[in-house]
Design a protein around this ligand. Structure first.
Ligand SMILES: Cc1cc2nc3c(=O)[nH]c(=O)nc-3n(C[C@H](O)[C@H](O)[C@H](O)COP(=O)(O)OP(=O)(O)OC[C@H]3O[C@@H](n4cnc5c(N)ncnc54)[C@H](O)[C@@H]3O)c2cc1C
Length: 199
């Protein structure tokens, strides 16, 4: 199953939130279904969903959650990984805009399935972040971001950051191609900077 619905991928404040989302049709394999099961408590209701697996269609909401300064990854002071390094502590709180966007997307998804003749639509639990980005956001202003537009650190000019952390917003699309495009652009920039003796 594949397909992407982009109709809601616009900024239209009349919907009650900023930014947009796209809907991805997705087969639901046991991993996502297990996440969904948390919401249904693993009981009879969840079993009925699994029993109808052959007639199940899935849809993912890919929305633009707003960047929040308080959402961050810090190093744990107590937990260490198997290499003895401090474990990452991921702190996420949803913005009211994220909640409004998601409920709109859930309504639209339900309407889409209703129109297709679905006999039942179930909402899943919200998984934790999968697009981990924006922890070293780019900005012309060193006070507002870690790197410049080419991923070059404001504090350490010989340091270049080439991953999803430099994105300023998650956007409403999958990020990998943007990350790759930025890396190519950065490579060109580094080449020119070396040629000009700037590095
Ligand atoms: C379940 C899931 C589904 C996704 N689906 C999609 C999708 O369909 N389309 C899409 O565009 N995006 C998708 N994404 C998001 C996408 O995978 C990420 O945004 C993207 O891979 C981030 O790229 P990155 O280069 O920033 O980081 P990563 O791809 O995470 O690369 C970081 C690399 O650094 C390495 N590393 C970490 N620590 C060290 C260290 N100390 N020393 C050396 N190396 C180290 C890691 O091993 C890793 O290879 C998905 C993500 C998840 C989790």
């Amino acid at each position: 199953m594949s397909g992407v619905v982009e109709d809601e991928n616009v900024h239209d404040p009349r919907r009650g939130f900023a930014g947009g989302y796209h809907l991805e049709l997705a087969s639901l394999d046991p991993g996502p279904l297990a996440l969904m099961g948390i919401r249904y408590g693993w009981g009879r209701d969840f079993a009925s969903i699994m029993n109808n697996y052959r007639n199940l269609a899935g849809m993912l909401i890919n929305g633009e959650d707003l960047p929040r300064p308080d959402n961050r990854i810090t190093l744990s002071t107590t937990v260490k990984d198997k290499h003895g390094l401090a474990a990452a502590h991921v702190h996420i709180e949803e913005h009211a805009n994220d909640i409004a966007l998601r409920s709109h997307a859930q309504r639209q998804g339900q309407r889409l399935y209703d129109a297709a003749g679905a006999t039942r639509t179930v909402l899943s639990a919200t998984p934790p972040a999968t697009h981990n980005m924006r922890t070293a956001r780019m900005s012309h202003d060193p006070q507002a971001g870690v790197t410049d537009a080419h991923g070059r650190s404001h504090d350490v000019p010989s340091l270049f950051i080439s991953d999803g952390s430099v994105l300023t917003t998650g956007g409403a699309a999958n990020p990998t191609l943007t990350i790759v495009a930025l890396a190519f652009r950065q490579a060109d920039y580094i080449g020119r900077a070396i040629g000009a003796g700037d590095i």
